[in-house]
Design a protein around this ligand. Sequence first.
Ligand SMILES: Nc1ncnc2c1ncn2[C@@H]1O[C@H](COP(=O)(O)OP(=O)(O)OP(=O)(O)O)[C@@H](O)[C@H]1O
Length: 234
Amino acid sequence: MKKWYNKLFLNNIRKAVDKYNLIENEDNILVGLSGGKDSIFLIYALDLLRKNSYLDFNITGIHIDIGINANMEKVKNYLNYINIPYIYENINIKGNIFKERNPCYICSKIKRGIIARVSKEKGFNKIAYGHHMTDVVNTFLLNIIYTGQFHTFKPNSYNKEHNLYLIRPLIYVKEEIIKKVVIDENLPLGINNYCPYAEKNKRKEIAILIKNIKKNYPDFEEKTLKAIEKSNLW
Ligand SMILES: Nc1ncnc2c1ncn2[C@@H]1O[C@H](COP(=O)(O)OP(=O)(O)OP(=O)(O)O)[C@@H](O)[C@H]1O
């Protein structure tokens, strides 16, 4: 591992892990892999973390194929190369989902449900998602603007129904750092063949808003995250 990675992102992951008690020894963690940059970075970073800390835990990747990301071959081979097990589940819902009023919401709900089912069946106690600092801020603003609510996802949330913890180790890592490391380390991406909503959804709209705010206020994400932590949201 490059030494400066500690400062660039690994210490921020350690901070989240310690502060929100995300990972303990002997945890069996299922990592959701979409084929995108954030989740491949997450599994890469968790592997680095366990090799460079006192923590001893298991990680396995899972991809839910909804009929959109057809090509996960490179991701699968990479996981094999770094000795991380890979689970693939195919549920072709593409045809039906686009008829829904809110397809992104339904799609992510279905995927989360399947990941929870697989976790239970295979004995995982935690599920890790690749949400990062920019996602925390995006969800926070999205809720204010669209629903008038003070809300964003939590770094560590317990799902009572399935007796599972949902963890987000990247909450202190900014998207721009992830983009850089994915390129520098040549981490593999699944080819996203066709999602008509990938470029045209509310999240994308808020992402543009954040980008514009950052032109004048470069530490907008850090400040917003700080405000969230000072409130009673987490
Ligand atoms: N098809 C999938 N199979 C398994 N896990 C998924 C899938 N899609 C999303 N996830 C998990 O849910 C997280 C959030 O999903 P979202 O669609 O918002 O991804 P994203 O912000 O585009 O991140 P990424 O760059 O990893 O795609 C991902 O980081 C990943 O951990």
